[in-house]
Design a protein around this ligand. Structure first.
Ligand SMILES: Cc1cc2nc3c(=O)[nH]c(=O)nc-3n(C[C@H](O)[C@H](O)[C@H](O)COP(=O)(O)OP(=O)(O)OC[C@H]3O[C@@H](n4cnc5c(N)ncnc54)[C@H](O)[C@@H]3O)c2cc1C
Length: 406
């Protein structure tokens, strides 16, 4: 049995962001372990997010955009000025490589590649982790604080009982022989595609270079598709809307993924499953950080991590150790402002129950509001006065009844 001060269980976006921060010398008095079932290498996802001004991952970005375009379902083009926000693209391969370097250089941070099999209560009240047999260390470790992004068993079945959609997508990183027609502008959302089954479907185009772009086909619907189901639609967009002939581009990589859009209370579910483990704190998607109405998650994760680090800093003793805390789970709980929960619920209900076409709803939102106000709203950091204007730009009766659950 080995003991640590902090175990980071799951080293993906949330876990590795935390590990990079905790690798800094100010935390050198803590013994920290990062455990992940996989060796995270190479590119397995692309994170896009908007942020005001500079951010912690700017040095790693593939590109950023301050102006972009939106296309409504009927073809209406809206040029978007995002400033003071920028839309940023971070490729996971660059992020993982950076995390590898940072963690390897921090003697107080250990990293093991093994699976967490179970969380239990240790005799002193710590969280005990049972790990799969591995070459890295013992099969049990314990810590007073465990930051977990590993899946909670059975979560999806339960979450699907409530308001549920998935943001699911497939995209090509493609390289062309000629400059792309709109290579100087990103397309945030293009709804000029069939709205399959009445659910919102859109494409985004993010040119990284004049002849290299990510083109991704995205759907908000209850179930993700197979790759083969996206292909003809994605390729029709590339050929017909972008105007690229089939032989005029090469697909260098394919990206596919799904993100839950759900108002299910992840935090409460962890409490029910592990009532006694007050040191077990869910983070990342498993902490409920995916925004129910949009699926955007990465910025939420960074915000939650900042709050976690601030709390840890307050508990850091002059000796470099952490003061004992009665319930890390209560202290580090993810708490969005309640009214954003209502907005999310309303937007998601309208989309799930198809009370109003999602494509038209997004067009109204982008056409009727300043882009920075809308981005702040979608990020849960808008002012109440701006939110009234935003709600007024939507079909108000429909939104109001959806908000009340009627
Ligand atoms: C393809 C894709 C693209 C996305 N793009 C965006 C985007 O553009 N913008 C945005 O805001 N969000 C995006 N998301 C959503 C979200 O930001 C990501 O899913 C993000 O990676 C979530 O971070 P996480 O740490 O919660 O989970 P992950 O990054 O998935 O990390 C979880 C980690 O836990 C490990 N693990 C799982 N089980 C165990 C176990 N039993 N023991 C040990 N380790 C375990 C996994 O190996 C993994 O490394 C995307 C998601 C996907 C899948």
């Amino acid at each position: 049995m080995k003991t640590y001060d902090v175990v980071i269980a799951g080293g993906g976006a949330a876990g590795l962001s935390l590990a990079c921060a905790l690798a800094e010398p100010r935390w050198a008095g803590l013994r920290i372990l990062v455990v992940d079932a996989q060796s995270k290498q190479g590119h397995d996802r692309t994170w896009c997010y908007w942020e005001r001004g500079e951010g912690p991952w700017d040095a790693l970005l593939s590109r950023r955009w301050e102006t972009m375009d939106f296309f409504g379902p009927g073809g209406k083009e809206l040029p978007l000025d995002l400033r003071p926000y920028a839309y940023k693209m971070l490729r996971s391969g660059d992020f993982y490589a950076h995390a590898d370097r940072v963690i390897a250089a921090a003697p107080h941070v250990d990293r093991w590649q093994t699976r967490v099999e179970a969380y239990e209560k240790a005799s002193n009240g710590d969280v005990l982790l049972r790990l799969q047999q591995n070459s890295e260390g013992p099969t049990t470790v314990q810590a007073p604080l465990v930051l977990a992004s590993t899946p909670l068993e059975g979560w999806e079945k339960e979450a699907r009982q409530g308001l549920w959609l998935e943001q699911h997508f497939a995209g090509y990183f493609l390289r062309t022989d000629e400059d792309l027609p709109r290579h100087d502008r990103g397309t945030l959302m293009d709804f000029r595609v069939e709205q399959v089954g009445g659910y919102p479907c859109f494409v985004y185009v993010l040119p990284l270079e004049p002849r290299y772009a990510l083109v991704e086909y995205t759907v908000f619907s209850p179930d993700a598709w197979t790759l083969e189901a996206y292909r003809p639609r994605l390729e029709a967009y590339i050929h017909q809307t972008m105007g690229l002939k089939p032989g005029a581009y090469r697909v260098e990589e394919v990206e596919q993924g799904r993100i839950p859009m759900s108002t299910w209370d992840f935090g409460a579910a962890w409490r029910r499953r592990y009532p006694e483990l007050t040191g077990l704190v869910p983070v990342g998607v498993m902490g409920g950080l995916a925004r129910p109405s949009t699926g955007y998650t990465f910025r939420n994760i960074q915000r939650h991590n900042q709050a976690i680090l601030q709390s840890l800093a307050k508990a850091l003793l002059p000796t470099g150790a952490l003061a004992p805390v009665a319930s890390w789970r209560d202290r580090l709980n993810y708490r969005p402002a309640q009214r954003f929960g209502w907005y999310d619920q309303a937007l998601l209900r309208v989309l799930v129950e198809q009370r109003y076409p999602g494509a038209n709803l997004f067009e109204r939102l982008f056409a009727g509001n300043s882009t920075p106000d809308l981005l702040a709203f979608l990020d849960g950091e808008s002012r109440f006065s701006a939110e009234i204007g935003i709600m007024n730009s939507t079909p108000r009766r429909i939104m109001a009844t959806a908000m009340l659950g009627l």
